[in-house]
Design a protein around this ligand. Structure first.
Ligand code: AMP
Ligand code: GLY
Length: 426
């Protein structure tokens, strides 16, 4: 099976590493890829935002399966274009990807499917913003305000703050840029990312993971695309995955099919375990980054066969997933200035070591690896337990060099130290 992966982040590097160890995968390409994916997959050029170009590449390369990593090509309709060209594709249609591309669409689906999520107040214009904040404030009894950009914002469109002026300012910024705004009820409790592979009918959940969204240690600083992750979650309540399958994942997939917009690909549920039960924070239509970097190394089931079964509607016949014992940790090494204004073009050394997944990297004409994005590397390790995986991941971080790089030093630390508690009421 010839597999073409679309994208250029550490998630795609992790996908390539897992696919390359599947004996059924006879050829692997990653477009556009990065300096790291070149070690395991053929590079190819493509504009990922152009569905026609993605389909043309898949045809020209004789792909048997296309795996689309990021949300941008999915929301642009790349999966539809690939399928129209007669090639199996792992990734939802343009319509179904709206579950990530439009937060208000996702809210409609959840309401129809009875899936628990935060209450929300859509904001049509500046005048409605104050009213929405008043209503959310009255309902929230002093809880922080949550103000979201309704569209795709790479994890950076949300402000959670007790400062009303900052909440108003964020709402105005999004509205002035022509976006739509959603004010939401604040969800307390730890967050969980749970991925499910689905063919539109059958749903196979993967291992729960947690990512670190804020830039700095202690969950301080601005929201980012994700600064690190670990899996599995030693503090997760028993039965969590079954509960989320029954109350969130399966009803959502069933509702999408009922609407005539079946969702096939990777459904990512971002969850909060609140005092009132599990709530969906958001859905994504693709593998999470950096959670993929810790979930895939623990998967023993060959990835190519699994994604092909989802892409061809045969997941019901797929054997149950097998997982390796132990844990995995990934630490993102970011460029100075991330997330606001990352500096790029700096040399990166030590990045060909084991476990170092590449995110924003490129190779210049002299063969030097250089930073080419905000998140530059995702340094990953597995271990017998979370503490061992964490130790090894940070040893590997010490082996890479990028001038003025920034990384969090506390990825998975609270979990290792048993400091994550579930709110009472659960
Ligand atoms: P989103 O883009 O919707 O995934 O939001 C990004 C991050 O903002 C989430 O992972 C949470 O950490 C935080 N967040 C979003 N919505 C809420 C909410 N309703 N209550 C508390 N935190 C939230
Ligand atoms: N880790 C957050 C995301 O992939 O959206």
């Amino acid at each position: 099976m010839r597999v073409l992966v679309i994208g250029s982040g550490a998630r795609e590097h992790a996908l390539c590493v897992a696919l390359s160890s599947d004996p059924a995968v006879t050829a692997l390409a990653c477009a556009p890829g990065n300096a790291g994916t070149r070690a395991v997959a053929e590079p190819a050029a493509v504009d990922v935002a152009d569905p026609v170009a993605v389909a043309a590449l898949a045809t020209g390369w004789s792909a048997d399966l296309v795996v689309i990593g990021p949300e941008v090509p999915l929301v642009a309709g790349a999966a539809d274009a690939v399928r129209d060209a007669g090639i199996a594709c792992f990734g939802p249609s343009e319509q179904a990807a709206q579950i990530e591309g439009s937060k208000s669409f996702a809210k409609h689906v959840m309401a129809a499917a009875g899936v628990p999520t935060a209450r929300s107040w859509p904001v049509g214009g500046p005048a409605e913003l104050e009213t929405a904040l008043d209503e959310a404030g009255a309902a929230g009894e002093g809880a922080p305000y949550v103000v979201k950009d309704d569209g795709l914002a790479a994890g950076k469109g949300v402000v959670v703050t007790t400062d009303r002026d900052a909440a108003v300012a964020h709402g105005h910024r999004v509205l002035e840029a022509g976006g739509a705004v959603l004010v939401e009820e604040y969800l307390d409790g730890p967050e969980v990312s749970l991925f499910a592979v689905t063919d539109g009918t059958t749903v196979l959940p993967l291992l729960p993971a947690q990512d670190a969204k804020r830039r700095d240690d202690g969950d301080a600083g601005p929201n980012t695309g994700g600064m690190g992750a670990y899996a599995p979650l030693p503090w997760a309540p028993p039965g969590l995955v079954d509960e989320v399958l029954a109350t969130v994942l399966q009803p959502t997939v069933d509702e999408m099919r009922r609407r005539g917009e079946p969702f096939s690909g990777l459904l990512y549920a971002g969850l909060a375990l609140t005092s009132r039960g599990v709530r969906v924070v958001e859905f994504n239509a693709r593998f999470g980054d950096p959670e993929t970097q810790v979930v895939l190394p623990l998967l023993e089931t060959p990835l190519g066969g699994l994604l092909h079964a989802a892409a061809t509607g045969t997941l019901a016949d797929h054997p149950p997933l097998r997982w390796r014992d132990g844990a995995a940790v990934t630490v993102v090494v970011a460029a100075p200035g991330y997330p606001e204004r990352p500096r790029t073009g700096d040399p990166v050394t030590g990045a060909d070591a084991e476990g170092v997944l590449h995110a924003g990297t490129t190779v210049d004409a002299e063969g030097t690896v250089r930073s080419a994005g905000g998140r530059v590397l995702a340094v990953t390790a597995v271990g017998a337990d979370l503490a061992a995986a964490r130790r090894r991941a940070y040893e590997r971080v010490a082996g890479v060099r990028l001038a003025d790089a920034h990384w969090r030093t506390d990825i998975a630390l609270a979990a290792v130290e048993g400091r994550i508690s579930l709110p009472t009421g659960r």
